[in-house]
Ligand binder design. Structure first.
Ligand code: NAD
Length: 511
């Protein structure tokens, strides 16, 4: 681990070169006198038995796709295919929706709430029992460090099932003077950054409220949801209550356009979300959208600076910045700007970028080649604009998709990297003088998903939070989740909430 680094200004811009798709450091960190490394601590994965090819989970069992087509899910750390996965076409989508409709009419809407809860508890317990296997597979398929999938993704996915199991038989008491009824069949589409967790966020509340579902996984990370399908099969859920299909945008589009759905729940990019909003308006169908973000993380001069730097690292570098609510804009009060830049650069040199299955890894692989290209292109726009680039200086593995944790200083809101969602470990640092300037900068975005405020003063924290147009505002922390806490956005980050009691509403008709 590199220690005792200092910031040195780039001597010449020609110091830059390109390796593995990343522009090399423009700022040079001094090498430590005695370099030492952690020994690697790989998580075992030889017990993960993947099938060569996976079908679609429809009507309670795995079936071959009528499309006859399969695509490979790639391990982004090795670029090797892990398994072939079925690609659902229009006929497959139709079959899945028909299975969900039948299950809704025959069993699920009539199922006693206590029984619905029993099934959900069963799924939650199985996720917990198979958590190690799920975590390893999540890291292999998506590239995130095992520490993240083991300590965050999988426990939170189980917690969502436990939490909504608790609601299933209490719905009549949840909403005053209303008789909650399920909507029917929900089509659900999820992204690649939290594959199992997003599946849990979608399936658990829908089922608790008495709906049946067709869930479409993301094309680069289908495997843990398919393991969840196995868990659901073993939990003996009535066939067709949960259907899980795989495929890309065409499959998603076929699902969105299916005439026999009562609701669409979508998590993904704002561009696709807008298309889905238009389609849902045409079909006069209920919809919830959880979309992109460009969160501001605001550090005031009275904040505990070391703690704040740790929060910044958590907000943007862990999980490769593949987080919709990542704090990708850092707003620092001018008087502590230099101190924060120094501390952040020093802390960055201790980040371990590498194999997702190594328990020491902080930053894993970028999820796919197109995502790596997008991050590379957008950060190159920072160089073209003459911004100063700081990076973690470390060797990257030969194969796979990698990007060094990076931040730029001298950023203004007119720069592309401050405006566009980058979805990678790249941070834009801006400065401000007064609290009102901080609020203005933070709200100066088309997104409104999350934000963070770092200050020693509780009253200031609340006062600033109240002025931020963001669905979630963290105070002296970042990226903390709990199933009982609602999550969702303002503006182009979408509408509707997932999590908590609010997360029940999108799946209920209240008479
Ligand atoms: P994406 O919009 O490209 O894809 C998301 C899902 O939609 C995938 O399953 C994809 O196959 C499907 N899809 C693509 N085109 C479609 C179409 N025309 N019709 C129907 N379905 C279609 O997004 P992504 O790159 O997979 O995910 C990253 C995005 O997701 C980021 O913008 C991120 O901020 C957002 N995200 C938001 C949240 C949240 O809670 N707000 C959570 C995670 C990710």
């Amino acid at each position: 681990m590199s220690q005792g680094t200092t910031i040195a200004r780039p001597r010449r811009r020609s110091e830059k070169s390109t390796q593995n798709g990343n522009t090399r450091l423009a700022v040079v960190a001094r090498k430590p006198a005695a370099d030492w490394q952690y020994a690697s601590a790989p998580e075992a994965h030889d017990y993960i038995k993947l099938q060569d090819r996976y079908g679609l989970f429809i009507g309670g069992k795995f079936v071959a796709p009528r499309s006859g087509r399969y695509f490979a899910s790639i391990d982004p750390a090795t670029e090797k295919p892990l398994a072939l996965v079925a690609e659902a076409d229009l006929r497959d989508v139709d079959r899945a929706v028909a299975a969900a409709r039948k299950a809704y009419d025959r069993y699920w809407r009539r199922c006693a709430p206590q029984s619905r809860a029993k099934y959900l508890y069963r799924i939650a317990r199985s996720i917990t029992e198979r958590s190690r296997e799920l975590a390893v597979l999540e890291s292999m398929d998506g590239g995130k460090p095992i520490r993240e999938s083991r300590d965050v993704d999988i426990p939170l996915a189980a917690a969502h099932f436990f939490y909504y199991a608790g609601w299933a038989d209490k719905l009549p008491w949840a909403f005053a003077n209303a008789k909650p009824r399920p909507l029917g069949v929900a089509g659900q589409i999820i992204p690649w950054n939290f594959p199992l967790l997003m599946a849990a966020w979608k399936i658990a509340p829908a089922l608790a409220c008495g709906n049946t579902v067709v869930l479409k996984t993301a094309e680069t990370t289908p495997l843990t949801a398919l393991l969840l399908a196995e868990i659901i099969e073993q939990a003996d859920l009535p066939p067709g209550v949960v259907n899980i299909i795989s495929g890309g945008p065409a499959t998603g589009s076929a699902l969105v356009r299916h005439p026999d759905l009562d609701k669409i729940a979508f998590t993904g990019s704002t561009e696709v979300g807008k298309e889905i909003a238009r389609e849902s308006a045409r079909a006069n169908r209920r919809v919830t959208l959880e979309l992109g973000g460009k969160a501001a993380n605001i550090i005031f001069e009275d904040a505990p600076l070391d703690q704040a730097v740790e929060g910044v690292v958590n907000a943007i570098f862990f999980n490769q910045g593949h987080v919709c609510c990542a704090g990708s804009r850092l707003l620092v009060q001018e008087s502590v700007h230099a101190a924060i830049v120094t501390k952040l650069h020093r802390r960055m040199q201790t980040l371990r970028v590498g194999q997702p299955l190594d328990k020491n890894t902080d930053v894993g692989a970028i999820n796919s080649r197109p995502q790596l290209e997008k991050i590379t292109e957008l950060s190159a726009s920072g160089d073209s604009a003459g911004l100063v680039r700081y990076q973690t200086e470390c060797a990257l593995p030969e194969r796979g998709y990698w990007f060094r944790p990076t931040f730029f200083t001298g950023v203004a809101m007119s720069h592309r990297i401050a405006r566009e969602e980058i979805f990678g470990p790249v941070l834009s640092v801006l400065s401000f003088r007064t609290p009102s300037e901080a609020v203005e900068l933070a709200n100066n975005t088309r997104y409104g998903l999350s934000a963070g405020v770092w200050t020693d003063k509780g009253s200031k924290n609340f006062k600033i939070a109240a002025q931020l147009r963001a669905g979630v505002v963290w105070g002296n922390t970042f990226n903390k989740f709990d199933p009982s806490s609602p999550f969702g956005g303002y503006k182009e980050s979408g509408f509707g909430r997932e999590g908590g009691m609010h997360g029940l509403l999108p799946y209920l008709e209240l008479d």
